[in-house]
Design a binder for this molecule. Structure first.
Ligand SMILES: [Zn+2]
Length: 114
């Protein structure tokens, strides 16, 4: 019977493809991912006696995201910084793995290889 979903059985995948898919499945099943760009901004808190009144300002971290053509910024509290950085890194890792899989199928299409 023809596979109406046009899937590829695991047995027909190369070891390289199976490895990429395993990494991807593991990431997606175990780790949060978040899209966005981290941006450090310096701001003055407004207190006259604070060092920031004369200096560079306090550093704050924001996650900048664009959705439907609109940019939004989310403040990242200090105690969230490590996990948000990890989530962003894992998002990029997922994107890279998807790109790797796509590359395999671009080649298949180009070479008309089943
Ligand atoms: Zn200040």
């Amino acid at each position: 019977m023809a596979d109406v979903n046009h899937g590829v059985p695991r047995s027909k995948m190369t070891p390289a493809e199976r490895q990429v898919r395993s990494q991807l499945a593991q990431l997606l099943s175990q780790r949060p991912v978040i899209r966005g760009t981290l941006l450090v901004r310096k701001r003055k808190c407004g207190k006259d006696n604070c060092h920031c009144a004369r200096g560079e300002g306090h550093e704050s971290l924001f996650l900048v995201i664009s959705q439907n053509g609109r940019a939004q910024q989310f403040f990242v509290p200090k105690d969230w910084e490590a996990r948000v950085r990890q989530w962003v890194a894992d998002y990029h890792h997922v994107r890279e793995l998807l790109e790797d899989i796509s590359r395999i199928y671009w080649d298949k299409l180009r070479q008309r290889r089943d």
